[in-house]
Design a protein around this ligand. Structure first.
Ligand code: HEC
Ligand code: HEC
Length: 446
């Protein structure tokens, strides 16, 4: 190498070290205030609490939203890939019900946590952003569902609730096991004999729900039937209200009310400074709402197993059709992240420090990846098919464009300490909490 080049590089390095030594703290995001969130109607949120925990919404009355998004597991399920309809139990111990009509299939992706989804800034949901705001459409939304279903909804979060209800694997159950699943299998979604009408009829039949909907919605009080719009609006109101998180130690720190411990402070400097985390985990919600290929290991059946017969998950590219989006996933917001593991869109890491070592250098991390996952039984060799296929692994690595960041073991520990300061005990304890009972009388996951 030419000596003057060494000199130039050396000078640049010295400046960088100097800057770090001067310890000028990098600018921090603004704290979250009420203005960041949509207003929530308390009556709708209260009704949504019951719906969120009520298995009545599932075809075989065996699973609720809360089964996969439980406050005990940071509003996720404690599993790498969860089990939907036909499973038994909650959290890491969840397993197939031996009496189920068909053994349940693993979910294709890790159940995301539901923190701060009532924030107005969000423009997309799901790991691949397949439900998104699109002002050019009448409904204001775009997603893989008939536009007719999206009409009249109050927003993206309400629209999201339609998906698990109409999925055989998540809540509806296998064809042949109940009338909701049968209608779905026959392509009858809307209409008087459709899957949705069959779910709504169950709610109409219970006086407690009829009254709950009437007190939350004026048109129902005036005699209108319970509609999908009401159910999904109530669920969205509950999620926005219950899972708002802006009172972690970090949040108090932003307000100047709390100091972070020394290791968390060091982690904060890295996060917003030299480690570059805030390039993507940006702003008050820790997300740029963008999609990035981070070389995450792919495990499990993948979203295209049934239709295309392979386990690969190309993420955003499946939605956009753009090669540049291959293996890119949405930047997740990070509040309460230390309690929402396993981590990654397929839950391929059960250890947060190991996740971060991979994340800082995804290509090397993928090459060094050793199996770690929390999967419900039975073992399935297909779970590791992509990781066992050198060409598939190489494709995931080839999509990474972000240069690696060198982080020492101490840096990783400091980042974990900083992420821990995002744990919000008040939000985890819940506002409305887990209901004692639900109108259907079915068991509540607790
Ligand atoms: C079988 C487990 C399961 C059940 C039951 C379930 N979900 Fe989910 N949920 C998931 C998974 C997995 C994803 C991510 C799917 C993806 O990105 O492709 C998800 C995604 C979401 C998201 C998007 C979060 C984000 O940040 O992108 C919301 C909101 C949500 N679910 C709410 C609900 C509601 C409301 C219900 C009940 C009507 C429900 N879920 C039932 C597993 C489940
Ligand atoms: C280039 C954008 C980018 C940068 C830089 C980045 N991240 Fe991420 N981060 C992502 C994306 C995208 C995901 C989701 C990846 C996936 O699941 O495939 C993610 C996931 C995570 C998760 C797991 C969240 C979960 O719920 O599973 C954590 C924790 C995390 N990042 C922390 C960090 C830290 C700490 C840094 C800095 C060392 C960092 N990130 C740098 C984009 C980025």
């Amino acid at each position: 190498m030419k000596p003057w080049l060494i000199g130039a590089a050396g000078a640049a390095l010295a400046t960088a070290v100097l800057a770090a030594d001067e310890a000028e703290p990098p600018p921090l995001p603004e704290p979250l205030t009420d203005a960041a969130y949509r207003p929530v109607d308390p009556a709708a949120a209260g009704l949504g609490q019951l719906l969120f925990y009520d298995r009545l919404l599932s075809g075989n009355r065996d699973i609720a939203c809360a089964t996969c998004h439980h406050p005990r597991h940071g509003t996720s399920d404690g599993l790498s890939l969860g089990l939907g309809a036909g499973g038994l139990g909650l959290g890491p111990g969840r397993r197939p019900d031996p009496a189920a009509a068909r053994p349940p299939r693993r979910q294709a992706r890790n159940a995301p946590a539901l923190w701060n989804l009532g924030a107005t800034e969000l423009t997309a949901l799901f790991h691949d952003g397949r439900l998104e705001v699109d002002e050019s459409r009448d409904s204001g939304l775009r997603g893989p569902v008939a536009d007719e279903l999206l009409q009249g909804l109050p927003g993206m979060l309400a629209a999201q609730a339609i998906f698990p209800l109409l999925s055989h694997d998540e809540m509806a159950g296998p064809p042949g096991s109940n009338p909701v699943a049968d209608a779905l299998a026959e392509g009858r979604i809307t209409g008087p004999d459709g899957a949705i009408a069959r779910i709504l009829a169950r709610l109409e039949a219970l006086p407690a729900y009829r009254e709950g909907f009437a007190s939350a919605f004026d048109d129902i009080a005036a005699g209108a039937p319970i509609g999908l719009v009401h159910v999904t609006s109530a669920l969205a109101a509950f999620i926005a209200f219950e899972f708002r998180s802006d009172t972690s130690l970090y949040d108090l720190h932003l307000w100047g009310a709390e100091r972070l411990e020394e290791d968390a402070r060091a982690g904060k400097m890295l996060f917003f400074g030299s480690a570059g985390c805030a390039d993507c985990h940006a702003g008050p919600l820790f997300t740029d709402h963008g999609f990035h290929a981070m070389g995450q290991p792919q495990i499990g059946p993948g979203p295209d197993a049934a239709s295309l017969g392979h386990g690969r998950d190309t993420g955003r590219a499946r939605i956009s059709g753009r090669a540049a989006d291959a293996y890119a996933f949405r930047t997740p917001p990070l509040r309460n992240v230390t309690v929402t593991g396993p981590w990654g869109h397929a839950g391929a890491f059960t250890d947060l420090a190991a996740f971060l070592r991979h994340h800082a250098d995804p290509v090397a991390g993928l090459a060094a990846y050793r199996r770690q996952a929390r999967l419900p039984p039975p073992e399935d060799p297909a779970d590791w098919a992509v990781m066992d296929d050198p060409a598939a692994r190489a494709a995931i690595a080839a999509a990474v464009t972000r240069p690696p960041v060198a982080l020492s073991a101490a840096d990783i520990a400091a980042l974990v300490a900083f992420l821990d300061s995002l744990t919000d005990e008040d939000a985890l304890a819940g506002r409305l909490g887990i209901p004692e009972a639900v109108p259907s009388g079915l068991p509540v996951d607790r």
